[in-house]
Design a protein around this ligand. Structure first.
Ligand code: PLP
Length: 378
């Protein structure tokens, strides 16, 4: 991949899109092509196979189905397509992204058992088990692997076991772990996982996918079609018969995704995970030096997002901190927790420990510019 001219590198510490390589950016610059051509159909096929392989799926059992859109589109697709007539979905809800799945169910008038748990911890699995044992109309259990809103990593393997023990399929939003934290889809008891190109694989925004059980997709043909554009079976069927998306794919985004996947294999799943864990450790180290604390217990974090408790005084101004860092090439993000001033530092993309250390040099200056003496707790 030729990089004609290096692009200014910004360090994105927001929860996606992530910092990308120039080779991924330049992969989009290709001769114009009609996506119905065989040449593009082959690229689609290669990408679909690779997406199954990232989560170690057996291609005889699992397939990838892609849609044009941001991550929420694939939550929408799975929620609206996999619930049989007169059956229910149960959402294990300990954060904003699980809440979004429950909201999607509501929009489609699908009966949803919304099991709410505090966003600062892991869900109580006994409650999940009791609920599924009592309510035999629940056919689908939905959960989020890593709540990007807080940084909590959920115990999906155990949840999936409970779902399967009760005859339910298990749908997991792995949007912020796919391509980052190694996942073996079958071992984790997952029937459908999902992701989006601008997250862990560090591609361009505009395409999202599920990797899911072929058998369950085929069964879903008999379920009520609740959406025209976002129907899982329809899209799968088109891929199988014609080899492409039903409607126009985001052509250049697919080229970038193919490059991002190649870079994923080149780095290696374990090496990537270690690099990101180092970034996450460096975030904790930097916060410690400033005198800031993480809201979520370190032991249940997914190594990809840290929710930081902001100083609870008048001097602190998130926007000042943000703007100071932004002007110097670092993007941070507000928190998503009710009743507590927080902000988030996320390490999803093509960044290194050195980038995080450089960020903290700037962040310390920003705190001083807000009038603080460091460290804060002295
Ligand atoms: C980013 C993300 C989504 C999707 O958000 P979009 O803004 O639609 O891309 C969904 N779930 C999780 C866990 C996410 O991190």
């Amino acid at each position: 991949m030729e990089v004609v001219k290096p692009v200014k590198r910004n360090i994105l510490l927001n929860p996606g899109p992530a910092t990308t390589t120039d080779t991924v950016k330049y992969a989009q610059v290709v001769p114009d092509i009609c996506p119905r051509e065989k040449e593009f159909v082959e690229i689609m096929d290669e990408v679909r196979r690779a997406l199954v392989r990232v989560v170690h799926g057996d291609p005889a059992e699992y397939t990838a189905v892609l849609f044009t859109g941001s991550g929420t589109i694939i939550q929408d697709v799975l929620v609206n397509s996999l619930v049989p007539e007169n059956k229910k979905i149960c959402i294990v809800n300990n954060g904003a992204y699980a809440a979004r799945m429950a909201e999607i169910a509501q929009y489609y008038r699908i009966t949803c058992v919304d099991l709410k748990f505090p966003a600062t911890g892991r869900p109580d699995l006994k409650v999940v088990r009791d609920t599924l044992e009592k309510d035999k109309d629940i056919a689908v259990v939905g959960a989020v692997h890593h709540e990007t809103g807080t940084g909590v990593l959920n115990p999906v393997r155990a949840m999936g076991q409970i779902a399967h023990d009760n005859g339910c399929i298990f749908v997991v939003d792995t949007i912020s772990t796919y391509g980052l934290l190694p996942i073996d889809i079958a071992q984790e008891n997952i029937d459908f996982c999902m992701s989006s190109a601008q997250k862990g694989l560090a591609g361009m925004t505009g395409v999202s996918w599920t990797v899911g059980k072929i058998e369950e997709i085929v069964k879903s043909k008999a379920y009520p079609p609740r959406s025209y554009y976002c129907n899982l079976y329809m899209q799968y069927d088109f891929f199988e018969r014609v080899g492409e998306m039903h409607f126009t794919p985001p052509v250049q985004t697919i080229y970038a995704l193919r490059q991002a996947i190649q870079e994923y294999w080149q780095e290696g799943e374990q090496v990537r995970w270690e690099r990101l864990t180092q970034c996450w450790e460096a975030i904790h180290q930097g916060l410690h030096e400033i005198g800031l604390e993480s809201v979520i217990d370190k032991g249940i974090q997914g190594h990809l997002v840290v929710t930081v408790k902001a100083p609870q005084d008048d001097k602190f101004d998130f926007f000042k901190l943000h703007d100071y860092c932004y002007e110097r090439g670092f993007t941070i993000y507000p928190g998503k927790m009710f009743g507590l001033e927080t902000f988030r530092l996320c390490n999803l993309g093509q960044i290194s420990r050195k980038d995080i250390e450089d960020f903290f040099v700037v962040a310390k200056e920003a705190f001083k510019a807000m009038g603080y003496a460091l460290p804060l707790n002295q």
